[in-house]
Ligand binder design. Sequence first.
Ligand SMILES: *Cc1c(COP(=O)(O)O)cnc(C)c1O
Length: 424
Amino acid sequence: MLLSSSFRTDIPHSYEPPAYIDGILRNVPKHGRLRLANLPTPIHRVNNNNKNIGGGSSSSILSRLAELNINLYIKRDDATSGTELGGNKLRKLEFLLADALSSPDYDSIVTIGGEQSNHCRATASACRLVGLEPHIILRTARADAIHAGKDDIGITGNVLYDRMVGSTIYTVSPREYAQLGSTKLIDSVCNTIRQKNKHPYSIPVGGSNGIGTWGYIDAVDELIRQIETSNISTLDHVVFATGSGGTATGITVGLSLAYGCHGGVGHPAMQDKVPPRIHAVGVCDHPDYFYRTMSNIADEMGIHLSSVGSNDNCSSIETEQFIREAVTVYNGKGNGYAFSTDNELDFITTFAIETGIVLDPVYTGKALYYFLTTVLEEDPEVYRDTNILFWHTGGSIGLYDKGDDLLERMSQSSHVIRIDSSMV
Ligand SMILES: *Cc1c(COP(=O)(O)O)cnc(C)c1O
């Protein structure tokens, strides 16, 4: 009885936030969290001197890191779980679905994203895991053609997983999405299914609200423990992609507080250390949008800053000013959200060959490409002899959507050889 109940996915566990959050982030999730993810996720160090250097179709990424004596660490949140659940969204869903399950009334979830949304895919699978019905709204340029029966939503990448778990899929065109906004669209689907006697719980784009973002407060605490017990002496830079802002908010607020800024006590192992510089690469929208969004999410989490911290390396202030000082957001969207440039795809291919780590085209590939080729190259000396941690947030299923473009690149590096009798 006891044993079997401990394996239940639909019963929340209590959540105790780290002591350095106390009194600063005040809206601690009341209903705890589920335990769905494989935590802690590993950190892998990229070996700058390995034999794979130069194996790619463009210039070597690892040689450049070696020249600057940079240690690149990758936090593998692509490995939070199996394919259907994997990525950063699962950390947020642990808190969001615990909240949904706290009321026996809710029987379904409504959320929204792009056609290849990792968030919708992970949400749909997690819903089934805990016994809720998934309703997902996908933004697609093919909405009209699909509605007219001239096209089909198909089974490419994330959509295959959405459909495998029996999601109800609603389509919306990019124009309608821009006009109506995601909140209105979610509300309208909720109203529609309420008329069918459903009781929907809504989750915003990317799960980025004052509840889901706790997943990344917890993730930072996990990272701090890993650093504390590792031989990484200082963490100089933390780099990641930002889309809906929740991951960026959790990492920025969590790290600042772990290092004892703004009235907090800090984590005992970190309070005397210089906090890492935080770099968020936007894959859509403009940096100002992200600073505002992050500030709104932090306010939803009940952030309460005071002007002095135990760590003199941090400064003071209001939420948006705090965010602007704590993190630098870049415009790394390139050709636009979910559109790849040739250079980005070359980079992903080379990185995979040189490291064995597969990035995704929409978030992580764009973000690391932008950071290493633009941010770092603007002033390489700043990064010489540093430890950089790139937070891999998942998304590799999105590669299926770029199959043809990737195939061209792979044909130069991956060879297919027929075994014939002369070889044996
Ligand atoms: C959603 C997503 C992000 C961005 O996270 P946000 O919290 O939405 O900003 C980054 N990487 C991947 C793979 C994602 O799916």
